[in-house]
Design a binder for this molecule. Structure first.
Ligand code: PLP
Length: 389
């Protein structure tokens, strides 16, 4: 039975949690709250709606050690995209590397490939001849999944613009792979991150079947279908329905290993971000505030992930609080670096003071993962408070 996603909008709850933390620990800089209960709910939802599909969490989305450890305990698998991501999951204790990790990046560095091969990673992806030559030279034990192109203009981040073998390319590439004695065991695709069109999964799976059949004719024993990521809180039910139905209706997929590489679906809602106002200015009718964080920090998601965060206020519980938060002013929020481009939003907010905080919920996907310490400002090493709500 397909259920509603469990966790409701938790802004209010997180606002109270943030206040308690600020009061208790006298916090005066940015911090994250990570709710492991949400992660537990997500894992359970996945198992319920897509029981046949094994999720490999895409570390790139948020390589947070706490959630990765939790996922290891829960038996989840991992999609790593680099040597450092491989090292991270190893350090955190992942066992059975062969089964638990896929090195899912179609274009890898030679030394990263060699490292992956040496530690026993078994599966990787490719979408070019150049990658196949690299695999022969560095990682001959590896088995390959051909990454297929899926067109999806509805996705917020269209990965098809960069990766995936087109329909008029796969035959010659696979013929060549056969000649080179590369072991091909499956297909992967990614419909783009934050997809808005569940039916693209049908297109991806149909394309994969065509390629499976071609490969079987070449003498390959094709066994793995990797349906990538693209899931969000909003699209998960619909995507799960399309995927489940497509795979169930066609006996072809019956005994195949089915996997996926969700990032955003698991990470996004776990994290709430809280950052203080460190500077203010009034200009005519406009209030201007500087946050401790920046477009170079967690708010890089505005540029790289096309996110439009929502900004809630958290009054500092350690200051006097006699404000009427119903009166709103035109407000500009700046980030903390010297770059004039470092402007986060123009919105309406109540009058704020240095020391009050801004809260962004659903802030765990492609946020801190892309942060830098530009200007020498610490934007990458942000304290995280774990809760289990
Ligand atoms: C190869 C690959 N797998 C999985 C993901 C995770 O995608 P999502 O966060 O949309 O689930 C990405 C995101 O860029 C990716 O490139």
């Amino acid at each position: 039975m397909i259920k509603e996603i469990i966790n409701k909008d938790n802004k209010q709850v997180m606002n109270e949690v943030a206040k308690d933390l600020i009061r208790k620990y006298k916090i005066d800089d940015s911090f994250y709250i990570a709710d492991l209960k949400i992660l537990e709910n997500k894992i359970n939802n996945w198992k319920e709606l897509l029981p046949r599909i094994e999720p490999f969490y895409a570390i790139k989305c948020n390589p947070n050690r706490g959630i990765i450890k939790y996922m290891i305990e829960k038996g989840l698998n991992f999609d790593c995209a680099s040597m450092n991501e491989l090292k991270l999951v190893l350090e955190l204790g992942v066992k059975n590397i062969e089964d638990k990790i896929i090195y899912s990046h179609p274009v890898k560095k030679r030394k990263d490939l060699k490292y992956a091969n040496d530690i026993g990673v078994k599966y990787t992806t490719f979408d070019s001849l150049s990658e196949l030559y690299k695999i022969i030279e560095t990682s001959s034990n590896m088995k390959c999944l051909i990454r297929l192109h899926v067109n999806n203009p509805s996705a917020r981040i269209q990965l098809g613009l960069k990766y995936g073998v087109h329909k008029d390319e796969y035959k010659s590439l696979l013929d060549k792979a056969r000649e080179l004695n590369i072991e091909i065991v499956g297909c992967s695709f990614h419909v783009g991150s934050a997809s808005n069109d569940p039916t693209v999964f049908f297109n991806g799976i149909s394309y994969a079947k065509e390629v499976f059949l071609y490969c079987n004719n070449l003498g390959y024993n094709m066994n793995i279908l990797d349906i990538g990521g693209g899931f969000t809180k909003e699209n998960f039910l619909d995507c799960a329905k399309v995927i489940d139905q497509t795979l169930k209706e066609d006996k072809f997929w019956k005994n195949k290993k089915l996997i996926a590489e969700p990032g955003r679906y698991f990470a996004e809602e776990i994290f709430t971000f809280v950052s203080p106002i460190i500077g203010s200015r009034k200009r005519q009718e406009r209030n201007e505030y500087w946050l401790s964080d920046s477009l170079y920090g967690s708010y890089n998601c505005i540029i790289y992930d096309d996110q439009i965060p929502t900004y809630e206020i958290v009054r500092n519980p350690l200051l006097d609080n006699n404000f009427d938060d119903k009166i709103l002013y035109e407000t500009t929020l700046f980030g903390s670096t010297c770059d004039s481009l470092d402007k986060l939003a123009t919105i309406k907010l109540p009058e704020l003071r240095n020391g009050d905080f801004i809260l962004n919920n659903r802030f765990g996907a492609y946020t801190i993962a892309g942060a830098t310490d530009f200007n020498g400002i610490n934007l990458t090493n942000i304290p995280i408070y774990y809760i289990n709500s």
